[in-house]
Design a protein around this ligand. Structure first.
Ligand code: MN
Length: 526
């Protein structure tokens, strides 16, 4: 049984208030689930307590952890919504409600359909913590899947692999993604999981020696060049992702060089590139295997430098180089933006506001980008390797709504109220919709399309008229970017740009470190 102390210990610098909230929720939930059992015969409370601990490990805030503790307390009627609100506040109730809705979203007939869906969208979009608590819920269920009866067990594992892990990936939560995948894999395909584990063990033994040698050599070289504050570790590829890669490479393990990789974590972006230089001068890189995910992040925001080199004892190894901030982001994704407690109260307030709009952007665009793959999953019914996947109702309804949006006036009006108050939707000259936070500028627009367009932005037309870079974009504006090879970002752009995406690219283009604060951030401080 997870104790409340374990949860509190997993939190980073909780305030007394935070601790009190979590302690209260722990006791409350324990009472609410008293006498209920899991399939294993253990007390039901181990589940919410386990989910809450995962949330704490993910550095989520006290409100999310409290909601994790309470997420099943209302559903079975032991606690009332009114009670939760009175005891724990609106925010906690909102998340508990959202998670409950995600759990058992049902079709209620045509006219109520759009409305319930709208609520659902609003719930996840206006507070992404709903989805994160849902992931923690699933994560703990996967860890205790052994006790669930067979047909149900397989369905849950499949659903985890095909739906929840991609959601975690989409949110940039790499640690959660690989955790979910590797918990589910053995239930979905026990033979393949066993085979992959054996292969990984064998291959790791081979590379371990060269990796340790590389680690030593590099430490020495880096120190010579003045880089002394760094840490490195050996990261193992997850079983499921290794399995997928093996299938892509015709089961030839010798074509896979990143089963075990050396990860080097340095303080700043500059250090990343200097370290890369040192690595490449020590070892010959394999051509075509170098990837600069710092300049070109993956769609979910992942940043690192990846290179594959031939080491002196002829072993081929992958080396991943990233900054501390990138590392945190890669492990925790969106959750890594949730707390900046160390920055002090004022900034924390600001961040939440700023983040709220970021989260809503993310879930909206996430939903859009996710739906095509969702449709594919549902079409894959009876498909090659994994058989039919049952899509959770709530996602099925999201997918259905995607086609319905244009037809439902109510839905569109509802969206307008909830989203348009902090988002603007503008168009490219070709008619593609770009979704930006309110008060975005042509600079944000250009970077939202492509970093190259942003970096060579020389002028902008809104609805056919030339405008200044400071002008803010409104709903329905058609924005045309004028690109010139000679155009370059200036420091002033940092004050103008509204999105963190644009600011990040501008800072990179200006050669500034990621830790340097942009001036506009200071301006936000009240
Ligand atoms: Mn649950």
């Amino acid at each position: 049984m997870t104790t409340v102390k374990e949860i509190l210990d997993a939190m980073s610098n909780p305030s007394d208030e935070d601790k009190a909230l979590v302690e209260k929720a722990y006791e409350y939930s324990k009472k609410a689930h008293d006498g209920q059992e899991r399939y294993s015969g253990e007390p039901y409370f181990i589940h919410p307590a386990g989910a809450a601990k995962a949330l704490a490990e993910y550095d989520m805030d006290a409100v999310s952890i409290a909601a994790g503790l309470l997420h099943d307390a209302v559903e079975d009627g032991r606690a009332t919504r009114e009670d939760i609100e009175k005891e724990f506040g609106k925010e906690v109730l909102f998340i508990v409600d959202g998670v409950t809705k995600l759990g058992k979203h049902r079709y209620h007939g045509a006219e109520r359909h759009a409305e319930s869906l709208r609520r659902l969208l609003v719930a996840t979009a206006s507070d992404i913590r709903v989805l994160i608590v849902k992931l923690a819920d699933r994560y703990h269920n996967m860890r205790t899947l052994d006790h669930v009866p067979e047909p149900k067990r397989r369905r849950i594992a499949l659903e985890t692999l095909e739906i929840y892990a991609p959601i975690a990936d989409r949110l940039g939560m790499g640690k959660m993604r690989s955790g979910l995948e590797d918990l589910a894999f053995p239930y979905v395909d026990p033979d393949a999981a066993h085979h992959t584990a054996e292969l990984r063990k064998l291959k790791t033994k081979e590379t371990e020696v060269s990796l340790t040698n590389v680690q030593k050599e590099l430490k020495h070289e880096l120190a010579k060049k003045g880089i002394t504050t760094f840490r490195s570790d050996i990261r193992m590829k997850g079983l499921w992702s290794l399995h997928k890669k093996l299938r892509r490479k015709q089961d030839d393990i010798n074509q896979i060089h990143d089963i075990a990789a050396l990860r080097i974590i340095v303080p700043s972006i500059e250090d990343c590139y200097s370290t890369l230089g040192i690595v490449h001068s020590l070892y010959r890189p394999l051509p075509g295997e170098f990837k600069d995910y710092i300049a070109f992040p993956k769609p979910n925001g992942y940043q690192s430098l990846h290179t594959t080199v031939v080491t002196h004892d002829a072993g081929i190894v992958e080396i991943q180089i990233r900054s501390e901030a990138m590392h945190r982001e890669a492990e925790f994704g969106i959750a890594s933006h949730m707390s900046y407690k160390q920055l002090g109260k004022g900034v924390e307030k600001l961040d939440k506001q700023a983040q709220k709009s970021m989260f809503s952007a993310l879930s909206l665009s996430w939903i859009r980008s996710f739906i095509p793959s969702l449709m594919k999953v549902s079409k894959k019914e009876g498909g090659e390797t994994h058989g039919p996947v049952k899509i959770p109702n709530w996602l099925e309804e999201l997918a259905a709504a995607h086609n319905e949006v244009a037809n439902s006036k109510e839905f569109v009006e509802g969206l307008k109220e909830d989203f348009f108050s902090h988002r603007v939707f503008v168009f490219t000259p070709k008619g593609d919709v770009i979704d930006l936070p309110v008060a975005s500028t042509p600079i944000d627009f250009a970077y939202a399309i492509h970093s190259d367009l942003g970096n060579h932005l020389s002028g902008a037309k809104v609805n056919g008229k030339l405008v200044s870079f400071e002008s803010t974009l409104g709903n329905g504006d058609v924005v045309e970017i004028i690109r010139k090879d000679s155009a370059r970002p200036t420091k002033k752009w940092l004050e103008i740009a509204r999105t963190s995406l644009a600011r990040r690219h501008i800072r990179t283009a200006l050669g500034m470190g990621e830790n340097e604060k942009s001036p506009s951030r200071k301006n936000f401080k009240k």
